[in-house]
Design a protein around this ligand. Structure first.
Ligand code: SAH
Length: 467
């Protein structure tokens, strides 16, 4: 299968910088189901074309699936030739940096809309040219496509589902790649991989800036997620919120939501978590709030946007995290009255600090799992006995949910710095003990899709001081 990207922006060879692939080199990338090649059939000042050629190995595909052979169709099918979800996988593997829109050599060009022509000579399009238009035209593309006949020798048999597609438009290259990443599988309709929350999050990240406003967003979401209802519901409800202020924070649209994720880099699930924490704080009527283990300040920013919080303190042991928070919040540029509302402090949460007493609420968002279990009693003492706010909100991963993350080997944690991840029972056990020892009531809430079998991806507990 083949996809070519052409620009006439001059000098056209700058396309090589945007794609992070040198026009004079032919490169090869191994994929789990085959090999991708990138090369430039044309690289002139006036026009430059980058080609992505993907060779799928149908045998490897079958082996990967580990299934029982079900006859010849398993091996003889359109997968090696027709551009669909496998091409999207290749796009992501080969052009992941380009998709983020980062480009050190040509930062302004990466931000600019440039003339683009994208050709996919054999696109698997269930829904045909009509649906292809409905998906691409609202994004500013001109769509032209020729359906391939089922068999050129028998014109009466009519048309196949395959199109020779050309898209022409003036767009940011990163946007174009992200649109293809989502729309190729949506058109294909036969996504080859297991759909999980992870896939829903990938969709949201790749769809950032364009999917929420797309007139066909429900159809795209539903097809991309292969009609899996809980994930569609999750994605659509996130899309409904996504025009809000948080979307600009998603820095790397395609970063894996696990293991390599810096906790400061909010992902859609992280954004949802912030929303749940905020709701709990509002419900408690909190005004003076501690964000304990505030990291890069994602929650602080949300809290800053709510005038009802009159005093906000972010505390973290890591100076690096606090520097990041300071930059994110642009503290140096705040007017004085706003500056007075927020303070950042470096301290360890295992340190009993009487100056933390007297606050309405404290948040420990995705923090406890970063401490060695034997340090938890010290944290418990510092937070629940010494600081003793009226309300404490704690979130932590639900380890039962990990089986739903594609590619997270069983027994591994979501983040390399996690010291433990608890099941729902383990978390409740700890929380009930804490509440009991320090005079709190505790209730539990799910964050993210509450999977009937394994529960939600994040678990949240709200502690309230006994009346
Ligand atoms: N609450 C933030 C960050 C979570 S990552 C968010 O949800 O985005 C966990 C944070 O806890 C890190 O920033 C880490 O530096 C901090 N942390 C870990 N152990 C700590 C300790 N003992 N005292 C204070 N902060 C700690």
């Amino acid at each position: 299968m083949l996809l070519t990207i052409t620009t006439t922006h001059q000098p056209a060879t700058d396309l090589g910088f945007l794609l992070h692939k040198h026009p004079e080199k032919a490169q090869r990338f191994e994929l789990s189901a085959g090999t991708a090649h990138v090369f430039y059939p044309r690289a002139g000042e006036a026009e430059c074309t980058a080609a992505l050629l993907v060779e799928i190995d149908p045998i490897a595909l079958v082996r990967k699936r580990n299934g029982q052979p079900d006859g010849l169709t398993q091996y003889v099918n359109d997968r090696p030739y027709a551009a669909g979800s496998q091409l999207a996988v290749a796009l992501r593997a080969v052009y992941s940096t380009a998709m983020t829109g980062r480009c050190q050599q040509r930062p302004e060009l990466a931000e600019s809309a440039i003339p683009l022509r994208i050709r996919v000579p054999a696109l698997s399009a269930s829904g045909g040219l009509d649906l292809t238009r409905r998906l691409f035209e609202p994004l500013g593309w001109q769509v032209s496509g020729t359906p391939a006949p089922l068999d050129p020798e028998f014109p009466d048999w009519g048309e196949s589902r395959y199109l020779d597609l050309t898209l022409t438009g003036k767009l940011r290259l990163a946007d174009a790649l992200r649109q293809l990443y989502v729309l190729l599988p949506a058109l294909d309709g036969g996504k080859h991989y297991w759909v999980s929350q992870d896939e829903a999050d990938k969709l949201l990240r790749a769809g950032e800036n364009w999917l929420a406003g797309h007139p066909e967003r429900e159809l795209i979401t539903s097809r991309y997620l292969v009609h899996r209802k809980p994930y569609i519901g999750y994605a659509l409800s996130r899309l409904a919120e996504i025009d809000g202020p948080n979307t600009a924070e998603v820095e790397d649209p395609l970063a894996e939501p696990r293991v390599t994720e810096a906790p400061e880099q909010p992902q859609p699930l992280a954004v949802q978590r912030q929303g749940s924490v905020l709701a709990a704080l509002r419900a408690a009527g909190a005004r003076r709030v501690l964000d304990l283990g505030c990291g890069g300040g994602a929650l602080l920013r949300v809290l800053m946007a709510e005038p009802s919080f009159t005093e906000i303190v972010g505390l973290d042991v890591s100076t690096r995290a606090l520097d990041a928070a300071e930059r994110r919040l642009k503290l140096d540029r705040l007017p004085e009255h706003a500056r007075d509302r927020i303070r950042l402090r470096q301290s360890a949460l295992t340190y009993a600090d009487p100056s933390l007493a007297g606050y309405d609420a404290a948040v420990l968002m995705e923090v406890i799992e970063h401490l060695e279990p034997e340090r938890l009693p010290a944290l418990e003492h510092a937070v629940f006995a010494v600081a003793h706010p009226r309300t404490v909100v704690v979130t932590t991963p639900n380890s039962e949910y990990n089986v739903r993350f594609d590619g997270l080997p069983s027994g591994t944690f979501r983040h390399h710095d996690h010291r433990f991840e608890w099941t729902r029972a383990q978390f409740r056990d700890w929380a009930a003990g804490v509440a009991d020892r320090h005079g709190y009531q505790v209730r539990y809430l799910p964050v993210g899709v509450d999977d009937p079998e394994v529960g939600p991806p994040t678990q949240l507990a709200v502690f309230e001081v006994n009346a």
